[in-house]
Design a protein around this ligand. Structure first.
Ligand SMILES: Nc1ncnc2c1ncn2[C@@H]1O[C@H](COP(=O)(O)OP(=O)(O)OP(=O)(O)O)[C@@H](O)[C@H]1O
Ligand SMILES: [Mg+2]
Length: 672
């Protein structure tokens, strides 16, 4: 290397450093002080004592309700914190030493609780083949199962007809009807367009693998040359661990991928040495509908393998509400591959209101591609199985699609295809209704053409946990016995002195509240106790839930219908009213121009007339606190770390090693 070359290299390094510093400044990163010594938690000794006691079941119930209470307290604390416009952070909570992790199917969001914004990176890993000659494997991204069934095409056409009907029936803001534009009109133009070479050299490079790294993470993984011997894995798929029968699809392999990606992000991007993680705590955001076994495995990985000293597991929806400064809202998270809807009230996510739909932004992208192909898409070699093409298509969707009924007619657009080892090519294309039709498929998911897949998931009840002798089943059956005996006691003492009623009026309210929670518990209790019994004996809620299961599971419910269903599953009219007044949309999948008005209009039109009279204002919030909605849940996790009411929720490494899964149930701020 000559002197000049060396200087050039140095200059490049300095530039990189400067860029890194700038990025950190933008994220509001503060340098940590020396790691503190974490004192042995006082909760732990309490838990130890409680373990020694035999009345564990009752205690667990009490602990769990304490955790739920703390959720309500948190939401209250949070509200006042937001009123003060600054989150109150007690000194003893070293938020600099808390890492908040929000794993998504497409994006990992990770950062210190003190950072203003998290780091975001594609949640993907490329692993080098162990032996030469191994077949290359890549997890699908835009491609998915159920698209090539014989009925898929017809279903897609039917869905599109519904979309067109809806577009036509809604008037523009000036009262006029929209003139539909046929794909044929755009096609005639697009077919005659010839792409232009802008530059023979794109200056884009495949990731350098000459030093044969064992793995590559994020953008580097996405840009690994397909001729290199690397497999590509997305460890989260539709919000859950991406377990499958292909290469790298075992639970162990997926957990190893998560550990490698997160460790890399912590070490290389947050600049925390892995050996220092014993000084750090972690807040892990999990989906609203979660698989208990998977959460346990991930918690184990974080505490035992990575070595965090303590963890809080919290639901994305509740964190999203926190991140927006709302204590109650119907939270709609439209992600890349899944959409979840759930009603959060006073910091608690109502279990019956949780729905997860197996579609998201990537399905809109694929639908847009299909519509553009129909309209003569000029980049004819584009394939959704190709990773870089998929990235380009996502980008085109984000740039061109909208939900604004007022934009109509044909418009001309252009885009550049810039791939490694290829020239930069400029494409021009004319598009009309495709840009509105694709996002509208979220409301008419038949247009995605997915057949034979489970499209709607509800929260499954716990089937019992061998590691947790006092699991939900045990609690419910003991609770049931207690309830029965207390009911017979109540019947005996039904003639109370008249002064008693006035005295207990506030208690009465509390009991109704508790009663609402019990409805949630009551299902599995009823399920367990009434299995084989006359169905008429089952509580009506259970029946409603069961019928919802059979009704929805194979069917893709549209986004607006899912929201209405979720709200309808709330126990009281007062809660439903609150939810209609505050529909919070987070995630990136609905980040289209006009989405707020569009969704608001659909909810208003579809909500039951009785509520239309009751609810003053249906408010759809798509940009809470002017924040990027993709980061709202992460932000909520960071806010949570600051609240002193959160402190009792920490699950410490030692407790986990001694008591395992039962600690999750006892510490979770939600009904585990
Ligand atoms: N400006 C935009 N307009 C439209 N869509 C967008 C925009 N920005 C991002 N998206 C889409 O948002 C999706 C990613 O959203 P998000 O980051 O919430 O997903 P995720 O959390 O990784 O996935 P999931 O929640 O499904 O597990 C992608 O489909 C992306 O194309
Ligand atoms: Mg998400």
């Amino acid at each position: 290397m000559t002197q000049a070359e060396r200087e050039q290299e140095n200059e490049k390094e300095k530039d990189k450093e400067r860029e890194k510093d700038k990025e950190k400044e933008q994220r509001g990163v503060k340098r940590p002080v020396v790691p503190p010594v974490i004192p042995e938690p006082s909760q732990e000794s309490a838990a130890l004592q409680s373990a020694a006691l035999q009345s564990a079941a009752l205690q667990s119930a009490a602990l769990q309700s304490a955790a739920l209470q703390s959720a309500a307290l948190q939401s209250a604390a949070l509200q006042s914190a937001f009123v003060l416009s600054e989150v109150y952070c007690p000194k003893q909570i070293q938020t600099n030493f808390i890492v908040v992790i929000n794993p998504g199917s497409q994006t990992l969001r990770i950062g210190r609780a003190t950072d203003t914004l998290p780091l975001t990176l594609p949640h993907v890993i490329a692993r080098r083949h162990k032996q030469p000659g191994q077949t290359r494997y890549e997890d699908a991204w835009l491609k998915r199962e159920g698209l090539n069934r014989p009925e898929s095409g017809e279903q897609r056409q039917n869905g599109l007809k519904m979309v067109d009907q809806a577009i036509w029936s809604k008037k523009m803001s000036n009262g006029a009807r929209r003139t539909p534009v046929s794909a044929e009109q755009a096609r005639v133009y697009n077919r005659q367009i010839r792409p232009a070479v802008l530059d023979p050299n794109s200056r884009q490079k495949w990731t350098n693998t000459s030093h044969q790294p064992e793995y590559l993470i994020g953008d580097e993984a996405l840009h690994v040359n397909p001729t290199d011997c690397y497999n590509l894995h997305w460890p989260i798929c539709r919000g859950q661990l991406n377990i499958h029968s292909g290469a790298g699809g075992s639970l162990t392999a997926v957990l190893a991928d998560l550990e490698t990606i997160w460790s890399h992000a912590i070490q290389k991007l947050l600049e925390v040495s892995l050996k220092d993680l014993k000084y750090y705590r972690c807040i892990l955001l999990i989906p609203d509908i979660y698989i208990r076994q998977h959460v346990k495995e991930v918690v184990n990985m974080l505490l035992v393998k990575m070595g965090f000293s303590a963890i809080i597991v919290h639901q994305e929806s509740v964190c999203a509400a926190f991140g927006s400064g709302l204590s109650s809202a119907c939270v709609v998270d439209v992600g890349d591959q899944k959409t979840s809807v759930c009603c959060v009230e006073d910091g608690v996510s109502h279990r019956n209101s949780r729905l997860c739909l197996s579609y998201g932004g990537s399905d809109v992208t694929r639908c847009f591609f299909w519509l553009m192909q129909r309209a003569g898409f000029p980049y004819r070699e584009c394939r959704i199985a190709n990773r870089l093409d998929s990235m380009l298509l996502q980008q085109l969707k984000e740039t061109f699609c909208h939900l604004d009924q007022d934009i109509c007619g044909l418009q001309d657009h252009e885009f550049r295809a810039r791939f490694p080892e290829s020239p930069v090519i400029l494409y021009q294309l004319r598009l009309g209704d495709e840009k509105l039709q694709a996002p509208m498929a979220l409301f008419y998911p038949a247009a995605f053409g997915i057949v034979g897949q489970k499209m709607t998931t509800l929260q499954q009840r716990s089937h019992g946990d061998p590691e947790d002798p006092h699991d939900e089943h045990y609690l419910l059956s003991t609770q049931s016995k207690q309830d029965q005996s207390s009911k017979s006691m109540e019947r005996k003492s039904s003639s109370k002195p008249s002064g008693f009623e006035g005295e207990s009026s506030s208690q009465g309210a509390e009991q109704t509240e508790r009663g609402n929670q019990d409805i949630e518990h009551g299902h599995s209790q009823a399920e367990a106790l009434t299995s084989g019994a006359d169905p008429e004996d089952m509580p009506s809620v259970l029946l409603a839930r069961k019928s919802a299961m059979t009704q929805f599971e194979g069917k893709a419910l549209g986004l607006d219908k899912a929201i209405l269903h979720s709200i309808d599953c709330c126990a009281s009219d007062e809660t439903k009213r609150k939810m209609y007044s505050s529909v919070l949309v987070v995630g990136g999948g609905l980040l289209f121009h006009g989405a707020q008005e569009f969704l608001q209009h659909r909810i208003l039109n579809k909500m039951p007339p009785s509520f239309r009279r009751m609810v003053e204002n249906v408010e759809v919030i798509t940009r809470p606190k002017d924040m990027d909605p993709r980061l709202t849940a992460w932000k909520g996790g960071a806010v949570l770390a600051c609240l002193d009411t959160t402190q009792e929720l920490w699950l410490h490494q030692g407790e986990w090693q001694r008591f395992g899964a039962r600690m999750l149930r006892e510490r979770a701020a939600f009904v585990w």
